[in-house]
Design a binder for this molecule. Structure first.
Ligand code: MLT
Length: 328
């Protein structure tokens, strides 16, 4: 047996791709720190989810999972970087619904969101909130609709670039209202939130993982949540449907990916560590404080995630095309 393990170690060291060597590499994996790319700036909702999950995955994998923020182009810059990374399990992407909508928003996307990645597993679906700078006149969602109709492009709306969830939510709002606002793009809604709290922009739609603290701290006004049901941690905030915006529904699902061609054994090892993180009481409690919860157990397999991305690309394509929004 010693001879075989020495040969396997030698083969793995040479990167030989014999099946046995792959098994050996998966058994040895991970042997060094792992990078988890977040395709938005630090301090935003995607970053918040990633750091919670990465901290827990580090424990179960026995190697540091280090978050690297690669912002720009609504998340497509970071996703593109991971699509081109070595398929060895040492570069992960944690992205959200923007990974699916980019397929319709970008006509010259340098990667295919469905086929250039291996899906590792879904993480959580986060509600969004429509928020405003303190001092903005409207008191209710109905008054916001009238305010945007009356002021159109004089109203400034912050987002994380075309393809981001905050962009998608703004698109749904403008479609519901029938008026275009002036959008102000940022590398992430972390930086955008600073300008909203500072009064430099008027409105933003962002995930409860970034807005709960600001809402409860009275730093911003809140007009509604974008999920069908109210959010437990914001019980008094009406849903968009309760405010009469029937078609305005979006929850920001998140998933973990690795480059296409990453060995199945490594994908499964990462999926197991992700599931352990989603069952981690610390992660569950923090998600609850921030208005969300881990993906349900029956939706956590790589196969489910893979099919879900394809279905979401198909779901959002007609909605985006009818809104006539393109990034390039
Ligand atoms: C977005 O899509 O708006 C992102 O979630 C923003 C972010 O995470 O910074």
């Amino acid at each position: 047996m010693r001879i075989l393990s020495a040969a396997l170690a030698f083969a793995a060291a040479l990167g030989l791709s014999t099946g046995t060597a792959t098994v050996a590499s998966a058994q040895a994996y991970p042997s060094r720190p792992i990078t988890m790319v977040v395709p938005f700036a630090a301090g935003g909702p995607t970053d918040t989810v990633a750091r919670l999950v990465a901290e827990s995955m580090s424990k179960s994998l026995g190697q540091q999972v280090i978050v690297e923020n690669v912002g720009g182009a609504g998340g497509t810059r970071g996703a593109g970087q991971v699509a081109k990374a070595a398929p060895d399990g040492y570069t992960l992407l944690l992205h959200h619904i923007g990974h699916a909508t980019a397929a319709s928003l970008y006509r010259k996307l340098p990667y295919n969101p469905a086929t250039d990645f291996e899906a590792v597993g879904l993480v959580t679906a986060v509600p969004m909130t429509l928020i405003a700078k303190n001092g903005l006149a409207p008191k209710t969602m109905g008054e916001v609709v009238e305010f945007v109709k009356a002021n159109k492009d004089k109203v400034t709306y912050g987002n994380a670039g075309v393809g981001s969830a905050s962009h998608l939510c703004g698109m749904l709002l403008m479609s519901s209202v029938g008026a275009q606002m002036t959008t102000v793009p940022y590398q992430g809604t972390g930086p955008a939130m600073n300008d909203l709290v500072g009064g430099q922009i008027d409105l933003m739609c962002d995930q409860t993982t970034n807005t709960t603290g600001q809402i409860k701290g009275g730093k911003v006004k809140v007009y509604g949540v974008t999920t069908k049901e109210r959010v437990k941690s914001l019980p008094d905030v009406l849903t968009m449907q309760e405010s009469g915006l029937k078609d305005f529904e979006v929850a920001v699902w998140h998933g973990v990916y690795v480059p296409k061609g990453t060995p199945k054994d490594i994908v499964e090892k990462l999926n197991a560590a992700l599931n352990t993180a989603l069952d981690d009481p610390k992660v569950i409690a923090r998600f609850a404080d921030l208005g969300t919860e881990p993906e349900s157990k029956d939706r956590r397999s790589p196969a489910f995630h893979k099919d879900f991305v394809v279905a979401e690309i198909a779901k959002w394509k007609p909605i985006i095309q009818s809104a006539g929004v393109y990034a390039d």
